[in-house]
Design a protein around this ligand. Structure first.
Ligand SMILES: NC(=O)c1ccc[n+]([C@@H]2O[C@H](COP(=O)([O-])OP(=O)(O)OC[C@H]3O[C@@H](n4cnc5c(N)ncnc54)[C@H](O)[C@@H]3O)[C@@H](O)[C@H]2O)c1
Length: 432
């Protein structure tokens, strides 16, 4: 019996959540802990520094990890082990994997903003170093110390771009000159961030092929919502809400704009279509992937989203929800700071997780009304400039808005880029 089979027969998994201080990593850690799994939550807290550097912040106040895990333990009686560590510090990664020998690792720990990666050379380099090298360190640690561990890696639907044919789940059956093969689906990503995810996918697929690692790559759509059953139990357990043009999603921006009666700013024509899902479905999808692990040597790919919408359709939905709450707003089309198709074919398959049993929560007006009302209660904390004005242009990089808010040089000693380069392999673990 392999370690994974033993863990499955116990019904309790030892799960390491990387990026556990983030928007998704924190609710995921709580959810798995609530299900009775043994959770180690890992993060280097760099996202808090990137916020400070760019003058942005979550509209929902985020407590320290120490306070979050202590509150969770007090409320639930369940223990989450918190460890501060940087994936770019290979000694720290080896130390963590070697000591915990997890049955599964869920890897959220990356720089995840496309605009951030397009600010300038430093931000592009930081993004690709952080994401690609961190994942590579993890792959080697798993190979050498926990080869049966199931790696669940968060990728993005943005890896595929917007091809003029249906998007399949990871692989494409190709016939060429009379011969057939099943090949990785071609990727045409739209930013240096999305490219880092493609590089990760290639490295993970290669590691599965040569070392027999087992991995699930989740090409996730854009996630919305804040309300998970666990996060809702106490204000200390709240997850992030980003609305600015660097970290916020278009839907969060529209809800925030609707809350203060500002026009909803759609970039370009608004035909840009993407996959979306409720945060509760993110938790459900990843739990399903954990409960049905990939086989040794398998590089399994799921497209993780439940519905697709164009920007115009999303804006219409927010307008309708706002009108129901008694206020009219309007849509304003801005020159698109991104380089992307604004009117295109989009039909992405997403059957794999449904086949495993996913029961989607679809985007409803009530959820949008709830989000708008939630923002309304915090309008005093919204920064109208960060809300209304894009600060990064794909062709020219960070603009005057970016420069006005950015406070700290990335290359300063001890600055953000320096993080992860001078690691001493130490992992600060806090037992509460
Ligand atoms: N939020 C979405 O809509 C969405 C959509 C598709 C894919 N994803 C992917 O899901 C993952 C999580 O996204 P999120 O929205 O929670 O992002 P987030 O920025 O809120 O969280 C990421 C966390 O990873 C940590 N981190 C980054 N680099 C690290 C490193 N080198 N070592 C240790 N920790 C590190 C950060 O401090 C942060 O807490 C990302 O990989 C992202 O690409 C997110």
């Amino acid at each position: 019996m392999t370690r994974m089979q033993m863990a499955q027969s116990r019904g309790t998994l030892k799960v390491m959540v990387l990026g556990a201080d983030g928007y998704l990593g924190w609710p995921m850690s709580l959810h798995l802990s609530a299900l009775g799994h043994q959770v180690t939550a890992v993060d280097n807290l760099v996202r808090r520094q990137w916020d400070e550097h760019g003058g942005t912040r979550s509209l929902a106040p985020i407590r320290s990890m120490e306070r979050r895990v202590a509150t969770w333990q007090a409320l639930s009686g369940r223990y989450i082990q918190w460890a501060q560590a940087d994936l770019c510090d290979h000694e720290a990664v080896y130390d963590l994997i070697g000591r915990h020998r997890p049955d599964a690792v869920i890897h959220f720990a990356e720089q995840r903003s496309a605009p951030f990666s397009m600010v300038d050379r430093e931000h592009a380099v930081l993004t690709q170093m952080n994401n690609v090298l961190g994942t590579l360190n993890l792959l080697f640690a798993l190979h050498e110390l926990a080869p049966d561990c199931h790696l669940v890696k968060l990728g993005t639907m943005g890896e595929y771009g917007t091809p003029n044919i249906d998007i399949e789940e990871g692989y494409l059956e190709v016939e060429h000159n009379g011969r057939r093969d099943r090949l990785p689906y071609p990727k045409q990503p739209g930013s240096f961030y999305h490219l880092s995810k493609v590089h990760d996918s290639h490295n993970i697929m290669f590691a599965c092929r040569i070392w027999g690692l087992r991995a699930t790559d989740l090409n996730q759509g854009v996630v919305y919502g804040l309300a998970t059953p666990e996060c809702g139990r106490h204000p200390d357990l709240q997850t992030r809400f980003d609305y600015d043009s660097v970290w916020g999603t278009a839907l969060n921006r529209f809800c925030a704009q609707a809350a203060i009666g500002e026009p909803l700013t759609v970039y370009g024509k608004g035909g840009q279509t993407r996959g979306y899902l409720d945060i509760r479905d993110t938790l459900a999808c990843i739990t399903l992937a954990l409960e049905h692990p990939a086989d040794p040597g398998e590089f399994r790919v799921f497209n993780q989203f439940t519905e697709q919408f164009s920007l115009n359709e999303l804006a219409e939905k927010v307008l309708a929800a706002r009108a129901k709450l008694g206020l009219q707003t309007r849509v304003e089309h801005l020159p698109n700071p991104r380089v992307e198709n604004e009117d295109h074919y989009y039909n992405a398959k997403h059957q794999g997780l449904l086949d495993l049993g996913l029961q989607p929560h679809l985007l409803e007006e009530t959820l949008l009304e709830g989000l708008i009302t939630w923002v309304e209660e915090r309008v005093g904390d919204l920064d109208p400039v960060l809300l209304q004005r894009p600060s990064v242009d794909w062709r020219t990089g960070g603009n005057a808005v970016w420069r006005r808010y950015a406070t700290q040089s990335l290359e300063a000693p001890g600055g953000v880029l320096a993080l992860g380069e001078a690691g001493d392999g130490s992992v600060e673990e806090v037992a509460i």
